[in-house]
Design a protein around this ligand. Structure first.
Ligand code: NAP
Length: 114
């Protein structure tokens, strides 16, 4: 298991490919970018398209990428919402659109700076 910061701003494509090639599961640290990525208009659009919430769009994206994803939420309603991501699927166009959100922005420190 390799737990690294991972969300639409920081999809970690190269590292995920390395992990997959070496039998390592990738776990997303701060999978919702601590909630900060949720204000993104594109995620609102995809949420409307799929009749889901922006958080569910991001969590479904993680599932389809093969990530282990354990978001933090304070209410039972949000925890239920966050678990309910198996009844729909993002299509190739959605995944390509989410890929455009990559900025490299982190919510935590960069381990390469240690
Ligand atoms: N950040 C760290 O320092 C740290 C350290 C070690 C491990 N981790 C691991 O990373 C995971 C959690 O990371 P994280 O807490 O940094 O961030 P995160 O899961 O990316 O985001 C949590 C934030 O998203 C909000 N949120 C959750 N579900 C939502 C929903 N459905 N709609 C709207 N907002 C929603 C939460 O708000 P509410 O709380 O108000 O519901 C909270 O502010 C856990 O597995 C944790 O163990 C994090």
């Amino acid at each position: 298991m390799n737990q690294v910061e991972l969300h639409p701003w920081l999809p970690q494509s190269q590292l995920r490919a390395f992990d997959a090639a070496h039998g390592i599961r990738t776990e997303a640290w701060s999978p919702l970018a601590r909630g900060r990525v949720l204000g993104t208009p594109l995620l609102d659009e995809l949420a409307a398209k799929h009749r889901r919430t922006p958080a569910q769009i991001v969590l479904r994206w993680h599932v389809q990428l093969g990530n282990v994803v354990i978001p933090k939420a304070s209410s039972a309603a949000r925890i239920r919402e966050n678990l309910d991501v198996f009844g729909f699927a993002l299509d190739a166009e959605d995944l390509a659109a989410i890929a455009t959100l990559e900025t490299g922005e982190r919510t935590g420190r960069d381990p390469d700076d240690d």
